[in-house]
Ligand binder design. Structure first.
Ligand SMILES: [Zn+2]
Length: 203
């Protein structure tokens, strides 16, 4: 477990204590944005922002492989695709720290082992709750399932909107980005790929 939480201190209410330098950096950012961090409405903002960022990035304290370590080998002869579709998630882009909001469909064709279905969502969130690019997030989720479950195939399709595209730069609200990663039979076998993609689309 790659836990950073040992470095944090907590108050009596269990809230993480925010170091002064972190609050000061957020006040600097508010000044840079053009506002006055000492005005009433912004006084508690630095501490709130600091705690919010601990939550946005709690994936750093999570080892997604752990969620895949408890598997079931007795699957009653089931040898078809397992799909968890449209799992909502939130992440932040590493280039602008802007929100990435989307959903992921995660599928695998089991080999010897299956995992509780909620674990696929946990793996997604473990990687999403970090600073990310969508392409890497997609690849990491697929690879974690591939490495830990040794399935015959893995398919991950992520559709997401990027705050850095909708709120700044080219300002294109409504545009979403789609990324996919196929491994094993979904990469090499055309029919398997067609089957998983039509399941993901809900066709
Ligand atoms: Zn960005």
């Amino acid at each position: 477990m790659n836990s950073m939480s040992g470095h944090f201190q907590f108050d009596e209410a269990g809230k993480v204590l925010v170091p002064e330098e972190v609050e000061e950096s957020i006040r600097t950012l508010i000044r840079w944005a053009g506002d006055d961090p000492s005005r009433e409405g912004l006084q508690d903002t630095p501490a709130r922002v600091a705690r919010a960022w601990r939550e946005y990035c709690r994936g750093y304290e999570d080892d997604p492989a752990v969620h895949l370590s408890r598997t079931f080998e007795e699957v009653g002869g089931y040898d078809e695709i397992v799909l968890l579709r449209d799992i909502p998630f939130q992440s932040h882009c590493e280039h602008h720290l802007a929100p990435i909001t989307g959903s992921a469909s995660v599928a695998y064709l089991p080999g010897e082992r299956v995992v509780g279905i909620s674990k696929l969502a946990r793996v997604l969130h473990g990687y999403a709750e970090r600073l990310q690019v969508q392409e890497r997030l997609t690849a990491q989720v697929a690879q974690a399932i591939w490495d830990n479950l040794q399935p015959r195939g893995v398919a991950v399709v992520i559709t997401a909107r990027h705050g850095c595209m909708t709120g700044r730069g080219v300002r294109t609200p409504g545009v979403s980005m789609v990324t996919s990663r196929m491994l094993g039979c979904f990469l090499t076998d055309r029919d398997s790929r067609q089957e998983v993609l039509s399941l993901i689309r809900g066709a």
